[in-house]
Design a protein around this ligand. Structure first.
Ligand code: TXA
Ligand code: MG
Length: 334
């Protein structure tokens, strides 16, 4: 049902709180991406999240809290090493998967016996959580399968008319989602690389990172982060020649092509429509801008988008994870 989506500012926080208390959904900013929140203990409210996003029911939601004390109502146990991670990374972009309390509705966890939880590091999100008093179940505030929203405008593009309100918190600082870590067995297991770096987690505790091709976390089969364009991820020293060859081919078919590349390599693609990712030396800036660029490709009606890869370490691991998904298997090693 179409409805008018209110854009709420900081001074309108009470309106967001009232809507959430009335069992409605509200999009709100976090330091990673915007989330679409509802009372985690209210199944009917959480159901509205799935409906607004068109999200498959077997993809569990992350529960957001403002203090570790709230864990008591949500999980049955916190391993010592998980507590150490919380102390180090919360508030921040790390989601910990722990055994859930019975009181957490199964719609939130997609029927799993575990629940993913984090304290977001955004002043508005924290105030919202404090004032509502209950934890907020919240996936990213995009239509399922689309790049996560890092600007207010992205939320409105995807969910305008489908949700009652969005709280404006400016641009997301990190721009890529939280790291999801399964803490139900040791060593802990990385389910989704994210804005908290694997290397930093490993300073606290060993983490298994799917090097042995561990099965992905539930719902990860759905996370495509895709623009409408066909994305080709090109790797290796022959990248510029390969992109030249492919773009010529697609242009002859009448397709609109573009190249997403590192600032310092843009000169390797004369005559191409360049989407500058940022400098290789500042991957944080690249991460913050990535989803915006993918969405810009849609706005410009790009049919085929060629993207250059990067080393899969530090934030490069997370960036490449999202690029591989955007490419949906169209990865060419030159
Ligand atoms: O940064 C973020 O994580 C953002 C902001 C809003 O917090 N949220 C986000 O949510 O990205 P979403 O729903 O787009 O991604 C949640 C991920 C999914 O991959 C889901 O499968 C996983 O977390 N997840 C949630 N609960 C889980 C559980 N109990 N066990 C395993 N994976 C879980
Ligand atoms: Mg998402």
């Amino acid at each position: 049902m179409a409805q008018k989506t209110k854009v709420l500012k900081e001074k309108d926080l009470a309106t967001a709180v009232r809507l959430l208390k009335a069992g409605q959904v509200v999009a709100f900013p976090t330091e990673t991406v915007y989330g679409l929140g509802a009372n985690a203990f209210d199944s009917a409210a959480v159901e509205k999240i799935f409906r607004a996003k068109g999200r498959p029911a077997d993809n569990p939601l992350i529960v957001h809290i403002h203090s570790q004390e709230q864990l008591r109502d949500l999980v049955t146990a916190v391993p010592k090493k998980a507590r150490a991670l919380m102390d180090r990374f919360w508030p921040g972009p790390l989601t910990l998967v722990l055994p859930k309390q019975e009181a957490v509705p199964s719609i939130v966890t997609a029927g799993l016996a575990t629940v993913g939880i984090r304290i977001p590091n955004h002043p508005l999100a924290l105030r919202l959580l404090q004032k509502t008093g209950f934890p907020l179940a919240a996936p990213s505030a995009n239509i399922s399968g689309r790049p996560s929203p890092t600007h207010l405008e992205h939320v409105l593009t995807d969910l305008g008319g489908r949700i009652p309100a969005v709280l404006d918190g400016g641009e997301a600082v990190y721009g890529l989602e939280s790291t999801v870590l399964d803490c139900t067995a040791e060593p802990f297991r990385l389910l989704r690389p994210g804005s908290a770096l694997l290397e930093d987690l490993r300073q606290i505790t060993p983490v298994e990172a799917g090097e042995g091709h561990a099965p992905p976390g539930p719902g990860l089969k759905y996370e495509h982060y895709t623009p409408n364009a066909d994305v080709y991820l090109i790797l290796g020293v022959g990248t510029p020649a390969k992109i030249e060859e492919l773009s010529e081919h697609y242009r002859r078919e009448g397709k609109k092509t573009a190249v997403m590349t590192w600032d310092e390599r843009a000169r390797l693609y004369p005559g191409q429509n360049i989407f500058p990712m940022g400098p290789k030396g500042n991957l944080q800036a690249v991460a913050a801008n990535l989803y915006h660029l993918l969405r810009r490709a849609d706005k410009q009606g790009i049919d085929v988008l060629f993207v250059e890869g990067i080393e899969e370490e530090q934030m490069g691991l997370t960036i490449m994870n999202r690029l591989r998904q955007a490419a949906r298997g169209r990865v060419i090693q030159t």
